[in-house]
Design a protein around this ligand. Sequence first.
Ligand code: WTA
Length: 653
Amino acid sequence: MSNAELSNMLHETRSFEPPAELAAHANLTAEAYAEAKEDRLAFWGKQAERITWAEPFTEVLDWSDAPHSKWYVGGKLNAAYNCLDRHVENGLGDRVAYHFEAENGDQRDITYAELLAQVCQAANGLIELGVKTGDRVAIYMPMIPETVVAMLACARLGAPHTVIFAGFSAQSIEDRVKDCGVEVVITADGANRRGKASALKPTVDEAVAKCPGVRHVLVVKRTGQDVAWNDDLDLWWSDVVEHQSTEHQCEFFDAEHPLYIMYSSGTTGKPKGVLHTTGGYLVGVSYTHWAVFDLKADQDVFWTAADIGWVTGHSYIVYGPLANATTSVLYEGTPDTPHQGRWWEIISKYQVNILYCAPTAIRTFMKWGRQIPEKFDLSSLRLIGSVGEPINPEAYMWYREVIGGNNCPVVDTWWQTENGMILISPLPGVTAGKPGSAMTPLPGVTAAIYNEAGEPVDKGGAGYLVITEPWPAMLRTLWGDDDRYQNTYWSRFPGVYFSGDSAKLDEDGDYWLMGRVDDVINVSGHRMSTTEIESALVSHPMVAEAAVVGAADAMTGQSIEAFVILRESAKGGGDDVVAELRNHVAKVIGSIAKPRSIMVVPDLPKTRSGKIMRRLLKDVAEDREPGDSTTLADSSVMDLIQENLSSKPSDGG
Ligand code: WTA
């Protein structure tokens, strides 16, 4: 977002009271803030009653080994039991868990009883393949019910899953599989995307060829396309799963038993394996899903329009909604296939009441024009949410008016992969929302904004967003790298969790998120590491040096802009070089990491100590006069770069 837009945001004076009807029946009222403030742990103890414990916990939080938390000490539970069995036991077996809808016209309603039977079969199938409690299983799948089934089958066995977003490359799969020692990978032949069947298995094949630890690849038949087959590794899901018993007696695990690992981009090259455990995570997502979305499980149809391959999908397509016995929409496809009204058609078809999506999608819909959603009946919507990046006031207002019909609260929810659950958000029945502000920490969550010295800023101040006390769904560590866990999150300001985001407190004490303060950039709500993309670029033989920055982009929030110095031998290659490098990044990380433009430059701006001054490159990428360059080792570099760019634009397009 531009500085001008940011400063406008902070002078935002509009605010919208909750609709009276919603406020009158809201799940959580204003008292919750006071209650949590008075006794935070008692509050979290009470929220844990949402979950069925096979053995009760004896202590809400053990923080004696900070920054390692243990929540619900001594409690035993099974996440899959909480998401399925108990609802069926409570007579909700016929309730629809998912309205599955696919781009190619496939549609299927899956009830809780059906989902439970399928998860038991899959769990039995995994046992047959030798998967044991504690083993890690990788999942590289399209947005189909089997993905949820695979995750819950793993959870049922206490085998932590690591879901890898299906846009990632073979190299990314290989890195993750090796990092957490995966032996079984679950994938599909392909996915339906933009009217075509795209392949998934070849990417897994390429990855597992380099992972001797992988014993089996389980393949769901989705598109029916031809696939190469390795008899030593590959098994059809249907052959392994469908003949199994639909019953499986689950074991109950310690509250701190690992539930899943989700890799996320960090400031250094290597993605971090964020570890979530069972009890606290499930309490956290169940509570926030109920409170923030004001969920009425027996009435609402809920839709998180995100991919299961990211944390938003884990918490608000799978675990939160299922723990709460929700009916959700599960959609495989893009918003513009077969037409640009696809989402609105789905909302009117299933009478969706709550929609949760990313600002980048909203801005795309704005660009397509309001006449598209206006063709559909969206009157079933009663609450709409946003996640993943700051929502600019213009997009907020459009979302509120055109999609929400001016009578749905907009919940702008701030959180991170590491947080597991929403931490800062309006409460829909309580908060008067302001366009562009995530408003306040939820009851039970304690945040602050610190200045450089680690002192909390007052109203009107800005600084670093920290979470001052542990929360149930927090990450427990980074898989295999506890030092990095401590350094990344707990060392910048000792004793508190450092989010890596900057924020401002307005005069009312409400939070305005302003983006990352580290080398992480946010493209369409996806976290990308500039250093990871730089490493990918320099791994190409033509590249001598690379610098990557995020530039403000009206549609995607930020875009990836790269500057490279070519090796002597590669010079003179012209546009082919740029195209080749963009493809190379896609191959190393995944197509989501492709730089929008790659500028070939003669040199990079560096300080005397050799640090690249990305700030100046950002100025160039955002078409501004570069700022203060007095600390550069060689002050002529910026002139050289600009001359070079004006004489030879080398945009990869
Ligand atoms: C950004 C996504 C402003 C933020 C759930 C954070 C947001 C990163 C918001 C986490 C929001 C997320 N307003 N910024 N409502 N929500 N962010 O791990 O920079 O993919 O640090 O988790 O997204 O991204 P992640």
